[in-house]
Design a binder for this molecule. Structure first.
Ligand SMILES: Cc1cc2nc3c(=O)[nH]c(=O)nc-3n(C[C@H](O)[C@H](O)[C@H](O)COP(=O)(O)OP(=O)(O)OC[C@H]3O[C@@H](n4cnc5c(N)ncnc54)[C@H](O)[C@@H]3O)c2cc1C
Length: 310
C-alpha cells in the first residue's frame, strides 16, 4: 500500500483515506478492510489549533480528543462535548485520536471489518447484519445499513448545533455531514479526497444545563450501547430550549425531535422528564439482536435529563 506524504497531497487518487491518529485506519489496515491508498495528513500545518472566539469555538482536525476534553475553555463553554471527549475509548486512544478522525471513522460493524464478508459499505450490495448477527444493532432503523454510527463527538456536535469546515466548503451541518441514514454506503458525506479541516461549536452562553451519559456493556474501552447529550435552557422554571441527541441507536447520530418538542415550553420538573423520556423510543423499529435497546434509550435519555438539571 502506498502512503502519500503531506507534500504529495495535491494529487490525491480517488478513494484515498487520510492517516490522522491512525487508531481506526490502523485497525482496518490490519484486518484487510482498507482497500484504497492512504495519505498521511498528520504533519499538515494549520490543523492543530483550538480558537476560542466570543460566539464560537473552532477545533482543528488534528487536535486530539484528549486535548479537547482537557481544554479549560471547552470544559467551561461546552461541558457535554468535553465530557464526551474525556470518557470515550481509552486514555491511549484519546491521546492519539483526532477531531477529524472521530468524525470520519468508519462503522464498527463486524461484517464491514471482516475481509470475508461484503456489505454496502465495502462495495457489496447487501447488509449481512440485517439477517445475520445484529447484536448491538440499531433500534431506530433508518435505512439499509443496520449498524449504529460510531461517532460520539458527532452526537455532541449535533446537540450543540456545530458545523464542519473542509478544504472545499464551510459551515456543513451535522445533518448534511452524516446524512439521513438512507445511503448505506456512507458513514459521512465528504466527497472522495475532501479533507475535514475544523469543526465549529457555537457558544450557547452561560445560562445552560447540559449533560452526557453513556450506557456501556463494560466500563471502558467500548463503544456505548446508547449515549445521549442533553442541553437545556430554562427560564423561570420553564424549558425554553431543549436539545436531545443520541448515539448507538441509529446509523447516524440522531436528534430526538419528539422528546425536544415535549420538553420545550414545559416546566423543568421530574414529571416532564419522565413523560419526555417515554417518547424517546417512539420511532423504534428494533432488530432482533437489539431488543433491549428500547428500554435503554428511554432510561439513558431520562438519566441525561436528570443529570443536566442536578
Ligand atoms: C477500544 C476503543 C473504543 C472506542 N470507543 C469510542 C467511542 O465510544 N466513541 C467514539 O466516537 N469513538 C470510539 N473509538 C474510536 C476512536 O474514537 C477512533 O478510532 C478515532 O477517533 C479515529 O481518529 P483517528 O485520528 O485515529 O483517525 P484515523 O484512524 O487516522 O482515520 C479514521 C478515518 O477518518 C478519516 N479521516 C481522518 N481525518 C480526516 C480528515 N481530517 N478529513 C477527512 N477524513 C479524515 C480517515 O480517512 C479514516 O477513514 C474507540 C476506539 C477503540 C479502539
Amino acid at each position: 500500500m502506498k502512503v502519500l506524504a503531506p507534500t504529495e497531497l495535491t494529487a490525491i487518487p480517488l478513494h484515498t483515506e487520510f492517516l490522522a491518529g491512525g487508531t481506526d485506519l490502523g485497525e482496518r489496515l490490519r484486518n484487510g478492510s482498507l482497500p484504497g491508498a492512504v495519505a498521511d495528513i498528520s504533519a499538515l500545518p494549520g490543523l492543530r489549533e483550538i480558537d476560542i472566539a466570543a460566539s464560537s469555538t473552532a477545533v482543528g482536525a488534528l487536535v486530539t480528543i484528549e486535548q479537547v476534553g482537557a481544554h479549560p475553555e471547552i470544559r467551561h463553554r461546552h461541558p457535554a462535548l468535553a465530557a464526551v471527549c474525556r470518557t470515550l475509548a481509552t486514555p491511549q486512544i484519546r491521546t492519539q485520536a483526532t477531531m477529524g478522525g472521530i468524525m470520519c471513522q468508519r462503522t464498527r460493524c463486524w461484517y464491514f471489518r471482516h475481509h470475508a464478508f461484503s456489505c454496502f459499505k465495502s462495495g457489496g450490495d447487501g447488509c449481512p447484519a440485517r439477517q445475520g448477527n445484529n447484536l448491538y444493532g440499531v433500534a431506530i432503523d433508518l435505512g439499509p445499513c443496520v449498524y449504529p454510527h460510531p461517532s460520539s463527538v458527532g452526537v455532541a456536535l449535533l446537540a450543540y448545533g456545530g458545523t464542519i469546515d473542509t478544504d472545499r466548503r464551510d459551515g456543513v451541518t451535522p445533518e448534511t455531514f452524516f446524512g439521513d441514514g438512507s445511503d448505506p454506503t456512507r458513514d459521512h458525506h465528504l466527497e472522495p479526497g475532501e479533507l475535514l479541516t475544523r469543526v465549529r461549536i457555537p457558544y450557547p452562553g452561560e445560562d445552560e444545563d447540559s449533560a452526557y451519559v453513556r450506557l456501556m456493556s463494560r466500563t471502558w474501552a467500548e463503544w456505548p450501547l446508547v449515549e445521549c447529550v442533553v442541553r437545556l435552557q430554562v427560564r423561570n422554571g420553564r424549558i425554553r430550549l431543549a436539545r436531545v441527541a443520541v448515539g448507538g441507536v441509529a446509523n447516524i447520530p440522531l436528534r430526538l425531535s419528539a422528546v425536544e418538542k415535549h420538553l420545550e415550553g414545559s416546566p423543568a420538573s421530574a414529571e416532564t422528564f419522565e413523560a419526555a423520556s417515554r417518547l424517546a423510543d417512539q420511532q423504534a423499529t428494533v432488530l432482533p439482536g437489539a431488543q433491549d435497546k428500547r428500554a435503554m434509550i428511554r432510561g439513558t435519555v431520562l438519566e441525561t435529563l436528570e443529570t443536566a438539571r442536578k
